[in-house]
Write a protein of this length. Structure first.
Length: 191
């Protein structure tokens, strides 16, 4: 069934465009939905392997169609839109996974060094020295916005979304900058 959000979020047409009456527009959108939904949801499920994500993608596409106030002229638009939206989601998920792999659970770990008992644990003074070395490297070697993102993430413990809002950046861009910064730190301290 057509999500109520789609019908409630109808946009207004530009002055130079012919408008459909609300009832005709609703009927037109519902017809488009019925004609294309099964193909769209099938394609999204095949690409994403996740029914909930597939539903979200299809709903987002119909919301955009409703908000644009100009229904697409052919059905291929919907399949192309699904493909593009799914590819964007996949890229976004891959980026999130890459950053997760770069950020170990216990915080930033620079290198594999064993402590006094051979288990990988280090004395506090050695850990503090490493953290100070990292902070010095970040302050002296990283450019903006890499430096700010790194400090906001590790000094202030902000999430990527919070950092992106604070610095007025796209969250994906923020992820990329953080991943680059972490990789630079790792590469520097591997020597």
């Amino acid at each position: 069934m057509l999500d109520k959000r789609i019908l409630e979020n109808r946009g207004s047409a530009n002055d130079g465009q012919a408008r459909l009456k609300p009832a005709e527009r609703e009927q037109s959108i519902e017809q488009l939905f019925r004609q294309n939904y099964s193909k769209m949801i099938h394609l999204a499920r095949v690409l994403l392997y996740d029914g909930d994500e597939a539903e979200d993608v299809v709903q987002d596409i119909f919301l955009r169609v409703v908000e644009s106030d100009i229904p697409p002229q052919n059905d291929s638009y919907f399949l192309i839109a699904v493909r593009n939206a799914c590819l964007n989601r996949i890229r976004q998920m891959q980026l999130h996974e890459q950053v997760k792999r770069l950020l170990p659970v216990g915080g930033l770990q620079v290198g594999a060094s064993s402590g006094m008992d051979g288990t990988g644990l280090q004395p506090i003074d050695k850990q503090l020295e490493q953290l100070n070395d990292i902070a010095t490297f970040v302050d002296e070697q990283l450019e903006e916005p890499h430096r700010s993102i790194f400090h906001l993430r590790f000094d202030e413990d902000l999430t990527i979304a919070e950092i992106a809002r604070r610095l007025v950046l796209n969250p994906n861009t923020t992820y990329k900058y953080l991943a680059q910064s972490i990789q630079n730190v790792r590469n520097h301290f591997k020597r």
